[in-house]
Design a protein around this ligand. Structure first.
Ligand SMILES: Cc1cc2nc3c(=O)[nH]c(=O)nc-3n(C[C@H](O)[C@H](O)[C@H](O)COP(=O)(O)OP(=O)(O)OC[C@H]3O[C@@H](n4cnc5c(N)ncnc54)[C@H](O)[C@@H]3O)c2cc1C
Length: 264
């Protein structure tokens, strides 16, 4: 690991100012994804700007019909939050199923969103619930946020400050997890929202995606049996030592049914 300058700002404005003009700088939140990258010398930042001293990023609040969760809120805090458990219990359960206790106690919502790992769990919730990602510059709709493999709409140096999740009528997440890391081989979030049914799949492709055939079927009848007979093509799905593309395609149907059943 190469030398770098370490900064610990206490406000968003200070963090953004520290980043200005430093092409080689990176934000650091829980370090659960960034530190392994540094240890393997896959990135050599000149500066690490730790966000952990910024209290304003740790808030969870209900704002009208939405739950706004600060970027620095850990997965464990999301899982335990009384507000999240009351308004979007499926999101609390999703957070409680990330990694292991160490990962959940350090890893953050903002870090996960910014990292845009194709097997991460939060992207399924963000897309299924029609969430909005807040940054220091703008608000980005779920549909536009995840753009590819480890790629998002974030510009260099743009800071995720929070995610706003509209409160659904019902929502649940089901995942078939990697045996060791618990990353999603396939994870499906199903949400019954005021604007209709949304089904989002993570872990199966280069980025999270919706399944319109399942959404149409669930609009006619919001029961697991409504999904019987609907298949997802294995074309363009991920295949690896853990699961072939065909197995992932099969798992999408199984996990979607489990998620709908969990909504009942
Ligand atoms: C063993 C293990 C198992 C895991 N299992 C799972 C799992 O089951 N499901 C899952 O979803 N994830 C899993 N993860 C990933 C974990 O959730 C990480 O916490 C998450 O991906 C990154 O969050 P972080 O806060 O640690 O970010 P960091 O590692 O600090 O940062 C990640 C990246 O995001 C950038 N960044 C951080 N915060 C911000 C911000 N606010 N704005 C802009 N950019 C920012 C950093 O510069 C860096 O590029 C696992 C990780 C490990 C090590």
């Amino acid at each position: 690991m190469k030398d770098f300058q370490f900064h610990r700002p206490t406000t968003v404005a200070e963090a953004v100012a520290l980043m200005a003009g430093k092409d080689g700088a990176k934000f650091l939140s829980g370090g659960q994804s960034l530190l392994p990258v540094l240890k393997l010398d896959l990135a050599e930042p000149t500066d690490l700007i730790s966000l952990t001293g910024i209290a304003e990023l740790r808030e969870i609040r209900v704002d009208g019909q939405a739950l706004v969760i600060g970027a620095l809120v850990t997965h464990d805090a999301v899982a335990r939050s009384a507000d999240v458990r009351k308004h979007i219990p499926g999101l609390a359960a999703l957070a409680g199923g990330i990694g292991d206790p160490q990962v959940r106690n350090r890893g953050t919502l903002g870090g996960s969103v910014a990292h845009a790992d194709p097997s991460a769990d939060y992207p399924a919730a963000i897309l299924a619930l029609g969430a909005t990602v807040h940054t220091n510059l703008r608000k980005i709709d779920a549909e536009e946020f995840f753009t590819g493999l480890f790629e998002s709409a974030l510009a260099p140096g743009e800071l995720v400050t929070a995610v706003s999740f509209p409160i659904p009528k019902r929502a649940a997440y089901a995942k078939f997890a990697h045996r060791a890391s618990k990353y999603a081989l396939v994870g499906v979030m199903v949400a019954l929202t005021s604007s209709g049914v949304r089904v989002a799949v993570t872990g199966a492709g280069a980025k999270v995606f919706r399944v319109s055939a399942m959404e149409d079927a669930l609009t006619k009848g919001f029961v697991p049996e409504a999904l019987s007979g609907i298949t997802v093509s294995a074309d363009d799905l991920n295949g690896d030592a853990e699961a072939s593309a065909e197995f992932r395609a099969h798992l999408i149907g199984v996990m979607a049914k489990r998620a709908v059943a969990a909504c009942q």
